[in-house]
Design a protein around this ligand. Structure first.
Ligand SMILES: CC(C)(COP(=O)(O)OP(=O)(O)OC[C@H]1O[C@@H](n2cnc3c(N)ncnc32)[C@H](O)[C@@H]1OP(=O)(O)O)[C@@H](O)C(=O)NCCC(=O)NCCS
Length: 87
């Protein structure tokens, strides 16, 4: 069974990135190259899984991530908390 202490979780997962390609250059494969670049670097750093979220108002980008090999998670809900608001 996989160990699940804080260190191994931190090394094994990363929570998504916000990716934007200048509208003038979209549809030319740049987004795909950026995703591959990020994945390679995270993999080198020992990260074994990426979880990313897409805004509910931005579901049109789902096919892009699917083409990059990501699968929609049906067994999880993402939570967020802004730590700069925590005193
Ligand atoms: C999503 C985004 C990063 C894609 O970048 P890109 O450089 O245009 O992507 P690519 O050219 O590598 O496209 C790869 C494939 O995904 C498809 N695709 C890209 N954007 C898509 C979209 N919005 N809807 C549907 N399909 C899309 C392309 O048609 C292409 O398919 P193909 O290989 O069959 O031709 C870019 O559209 C963008 O910056 N959008 C605004 C910001 C955003 O919504 N980011 C994602 C949420 S964090």
């Amino acid at each position: 069974m996989e160990s699940c202490d804080r260190t191994s979780v931190a090394q094994s997962w990363t929570l998504g990135y916000h990716l934007v390609v200048d509208p003038k250059y979209r549809g030319k494969g740049i987004g795909t190259k950026l995703v591959k670049h990020v994945e390679k670097n995270l993999q080198r750093a020992g990260v074994t899984k990426i979880i990313l979220g897409v805004g509910i108002d931005n579901l049109s980008t789902v096919p892009f991530y699917e083409k990059c090999g990501y699968k929609v998670m049906h067994d999880a809900v993402l939570f967020a908390k802004d730590l700069y608001k925590v005193h």
